[in-house]
Structures are given as C-alpha cells and as structure tokens.
Design a protein. Structure first.
Length: 274
C-alpha cells in the first residue's frame, strides 16, 4: 500500500528570481495558498498521509508552514479570520510530516535519493510542487495510485507537449497499452527536438518502487552534471517496469512566470472561494 509522498523542494528556483532569492519557490501562493499545499492536498486525496519533504538552505518557511502557529492562532481565535486557517490545520492534524535537507543541489535524482531516509523500503509517490495539477474527475496522483494498485511498478505522469519544447522535459518512447497507458521503452532527459523519441513529456508526478534508491546510488551525473531521475528510471524501463500514464486533467508549470500567471487566473476564476 502506498502511504508516503516525497516532495523534492531543494531547488534554487532560478526562473523565478528575484522572488526566490530568499523565499522557497514552493511557498509562492496561487491565489491564497502556497504551491506545496496544493501538492499535499492532491497526495491526501490519493490516500497518502506521510509527507516527506527534501528541503535545502533558505527553505525553513516550508517546515514552519506545516506546523502550528500558536501566537497567530491565539490572536485570531473566535474571529472570522479563523476559518482561513482551517484547511491547513486539518492537513497538520491528518498527516505526518518529515523533513531532511539536500546538502548540494545535485539534481532531482540526488534529491530523491536524499529522501530515502524518510521513505525507507516501500513504494512511494513523488510530487514536484511547482507542477500544479488539476485532475478531471479525480486528482492526478489519485489516478496514478489506482494504476499502481493494478500494476505494482513505477509510473510516470506524461503529457503531450509541442515538439519544440522537448528540451525542457524528460521525454519517453513507449508502446501504447489500454487506457492512456504506455509501457516505457526509452527515456531521454531534455532532448533537442530532433533527437526526441516522441512528444510525450514526463511531468512532476511519479510513483516509484523502492529499488529506485539502489539504482540512483549507481547513477552517475548526466545532463548538466546532475543526477537525473530519468537516467535511473531508464534502468527500470529497460526491464519493462515503468508505465507512462497520460493523465486526465491539466498541468500548470508554476516554476515559470507564464505558467504561474495562468494558474493564478485559472484558480481565481474556477476554484477560489473568498
Ligand atoms: P527544477 O528543474 O524546476 O529546478 O527542479 P529548480 O531549481 O527548482 O528551478 P529553476 O529551473 O532553477 O527555476 C525540479 C524539482 O526538483 C527539485 C526542485 O525543488 C523542483 O521541485 N530539485 C531540483 C531538488 O530538490 N534538488 C535539486 O538539486 C534539483
């Protein structure tokens, strides 16, 4: 059974400078909630209750956010404003949070390996909080948990992207199975459009079997000198143990200014209740 969700949140967020100079990218608000809270809520909807966060220097606002704020809560107790804190209080009450720090920003693969100490030897989900997902009938992670429960192998969420954007993503090749599923046969990190095996890009939702940690330990630095999760996943893919899932819903790349603004407009118009 899947219980744990890992949030790699140690990156510098350079695309959002100067805002991210002292503030974690994951704490940028979409309307009135920080990005990472949307990710945690999506994980909870998928039945996960252990939230493991990989932070780094300058990211203390994240553990503080998922903790009680006695002074503030005392101050607004009994006022209208109290209800604004109810959702985050519910999260704190229902979930277990644990944190560790990535010492050097050596890439997403290294961040996930850093999380091993919080995950242990069990399957787990990964959410990159700057990819904000809105599922159609149910949340994207919830959809993936259903697939994991049937197939018990690693799963990556994929999306069709314009071919000239392949150099921003991990890109897969695979054989189509039923129901938006692909058996992944190849994956390449940020290929030039002319080298891309398809236009199916991996987005920031994954489910991993725990042997990924042993594979990551053996994975040398790849593109940009970083430990790439795509390289480790490729080892599992060669054994036929990775599925790509074309999720039902919409994703906003909130690590970019354009995606962040689109998400803000979307959530303000369709989701936000004052
Ligand atoms: P990104 O590629 O978005 O990098 O990382 P970034 O540093 O966050 O942002 P930019 O590109 O400089 O603007 C994808 C995810 O992996 C995490 C990030 O926090 C983000 O959630 N990450 C990346 C780490 O935790 N550690 C790393 O060393 C690299």
């Amino acid at each position: 059974m899947l219980k744990k969700c890992l949030f790699p949140a140690a990156g510098y967020g350079t695309r959002f400078l100067p805002a991210t100079k002292t503030m974690p990218k994951e704490m940028l608000p979409i309307v009135d909630k920080p990005l990472i809270q949307y990710g945690v809520e999506e994980a909870m909807e998928g039945g996960l209750s252990h939230m493991a966060v990989v932070t780094g220097r300058g990211k203390r606002a994240i553990p503080d956010y998922f903790d009680v704020s006695y002074e503030l809560e005392h101050q607004i107790q009994g006022t209208e404003k109290e209800k604004k804190l109810a959702p985050i209080r519910e999260i704190i009450d229902q979930c277990v949070f644990s944190f560790t720090r990535q010492k050097e920003m050596r890439g997403l693969g290294d961040a996930i390996l850093t999380g091993e100490t919080l995950i242990g030897n069990e399957p787990f989900a990964v959410v990159l909080a700057d990819d904000l997902c809105v599922g159609n009938a149910k949340g994207v992670l919830s959809q993936m948990v259903d697939i994991y429960n049937q197939h018990k192998c690693s799963i990556v969420a994929i999306e069709e992207i314009p071919i000239d954007e392949t150099d921003k993503y991990g890109v897969i090749a695979g054989d189509a199975l039923a129901g938006n599923l692909y058996r992944v046969s190849n994956m390449v990190e940020k290929p030039h459009p002319s080298d891309a095996p398809s236009n199916l890009a991996i987005i920031g939702r994954y489910i991993f079997t725990p042997d990924i940690f042993d594979i990551l330990r053996e994975t040398p630095p790849g593109k940009n000198g970083e430990i790439q999760i795509t390289d480790a996943l490729y080892v599992q893919a060669k054994q036929g143990r990775v599925l790509g899932y074309k999720f039902s819903g919409r994703r906003f790349d909130c690590g970019s200014v354009e995606g962040f603004v689109s998400a803000t407009n979307f959530f303000y118009e369709n989701v936000y209740t004052p």
